[in-house]
Design a protein around this ligand. Structure first.
Ligand code: ARG
Length: 451
């Protein structure tokens, strides 16, 4: 007897999360078959009842999965026929597993997109809340991880809100791409029955029909779309995590994480490690890997369906699970952050981040910008040599660099610098207030769109 290699071909063990979509799809399909007189109304009623029983068996973990039936489609159909007899085998009329799996995945991805959007809304709301609570904190803004110019902490945090809003846009787009009804494509060429595809689409809440049956059973772009959108969200989360890790180091000391988001070192008693942020950064690599797995599976496939496509699921499910849990944890983690206001301000004061403002001051006294830049650069060299900050210079020191300096140079403080940057999108208190109002109204619009 030859060896049993069914382990290699089965998928029922990891695709059970699709069962409810599979059954919902089957009910809509058989309802349409009865409407088109392909099966009788009575047969439909029996099939529907049977399918609902199967679903409740699956939900209650009473369902006995048969490995030899390979996937959920065959397992469900087999059990249905066990329950209701011969009529159960009419369910698969005018359908192929090739269009069926596309339907299940599309329905699941539509839900996943809405889930991701809702989780991102919570995260953005949290960022807005934390920004409002800490609206008076000034910190150095960085370029090249060197102190550059004073900014409001809220401005920095809300930069992430913008990224997450763009992410939402990507999920809305991904939703749109998944929202195409594939049933009626059959194995690849369409079906020799008088089907009402519009009816099925309506039953299942799809906005349009797929246009080419060959493309329909070959297309996995909609899974890539969601996976790419998720990879981008994870990349944003990873950058944020990196900053949380740096900011909570002793060297920076800008922020403390809630205790529940740190863990103790098993050997060094003084340590509190930002493990959740580190894991989020690490899991980003895992999600990228899953995305590339999918690209690689698809790259050489001739049209139409090929069994390779079954390998699209585990990585994609891993993306969904990783993303959903990460987003949930991240919202809570952001809410747990406390900021060290004085340390952040010190980092502004004990630096030369007001250099640009001083150059702009000279420009306002009609010194050409390039010349002003040179003067302030010389001043900075001088201060570094003398181990001083600008705030410790006297007017005569200033004047030794340029006669244009006057006592109003002392008006230039970190807060002054922040509020001077009042261009749309800038760091001034005024702009941040506008930005927060604007974020809130964009969220409202999104909420309206997804109801
Ligand atoms: N389990 C399969 C998949 O995920 C379902 C489609 C099977 N189609 C086939 N012709 N064997 O792709």
């Amino acid at each position: 007897m030859s060896k049993d290699y069914s382990k290699y071909t089965i998928s029922y063990n990891y695709e059970q999360r699709l069962a409810k979509y599979d059954i919902e799809g089957s009910i809509a399909h058989s309802k349409m078959l009865s409407k088109q007189n392909i099966i009788t109304e009575k047969e439909f009623a029996i099939i529907q009842k049977g399918l609902l029983t199967v679903l409740s068996e699956i939900d209650n973990q009473q369902f006995i999965w048969k490995p030899e039936l390979e996937d959920i489609h065959m397992n469900i159909e087999f059990r249905l026929t066990e329950l209701i007899g011969e009529v159960g085998s009419k369910l698969h009329t005018a359908r192929s597993r090739n269009d069926q799996i596309s339907l299940d995945m599309r329905m699941y991805i539509k839900d996943l997109n809405i889930l991701a959007i809702n989780k991102l809304i919570l995260l953005i709301n949290k960022l807005v809340e934390v920004s409002e609570e800490n609206s008076d904190i000034i910190m150095p803004g960085y370029t090249h991880l060197q102190r550059a110019q004073p900014i409001l902490l809220s401005h920095h945090l809300l930069a992430y809100a913008e990224m997450f809003l763009r992410d939402i846009d990507r999920y809305l787009d991904s939703y749109k791409r998944a929202d195409v009804m594939p049933l009626g494509s059959g194995a690849l060429a369409g079906l020799p029955y008088d089907l009402d595809r519009e009816f099925v689409a309506k039953e299942l809440g799809f906005s349009s029909l797929s246009n080419n049956s060959i493309d329909t059973v070959s297309d996995r772009d909609f899974i890539l779309d969601y996976s790419y959108a998720s990879s981008t969200t994870m990349m944003h989360i990873s950058r944020f995590s990196e900053e949380i890790i740096i900011w909570s180091s002793e060297e920076f000391g800008f922020t403390n994480l809630g205790k529940q988001f740190t863990t103790w070192s098993s050997i060094m008693p003084q340590k509190r490690n930002p493990d959740f942020a580190e894991l989020a950064r690490g899991k980003t690599g895992r999600v990228y890997g899953d995305l590339f797995r999918l690209f690689t599976i698809l790259k050489g496939l001739p049209l139409a369906y090929n069994r390779d496509m079954q390998e699209d699921k585990e990585g994609f499910f891993d993306i969904a699970d990783t993303l959903n849990l990460t987003l949930e944890i991240f919202s809570d983690m952001i809410g747990s952050l406390t900021f060290n206001k004085s340390k952040m301000l010190k980092a502004v004061e004990n630096s030369y981040v007001l250099a640009t403002d001083i150059a702009d001051y000279l420009v306002s006294k009609s010194v050409p910008f390039r010349q002003a830049h040179k003067i302030v650069s010389e001043m900075t060299d001088f201060c570094i040599k003398e181990k001083k900050y600008f705030s410790e210079l006297e007017l005569k020191d200033y004047k030794s660099f340029s006669e244009k300096f006057d006592k109003d140079i002392f008006d230039i403080t970190p807060l002054y610098s922040v509020n001077k940057r009042d261009t749309y999108g800038g760091t001034s208190e005024n702009q941040i207030k506008n930005n927060i109002a604007n974020i809130k109204s964009r969220i409202k619009l999104i909420e309206k769109q997804i109801i």
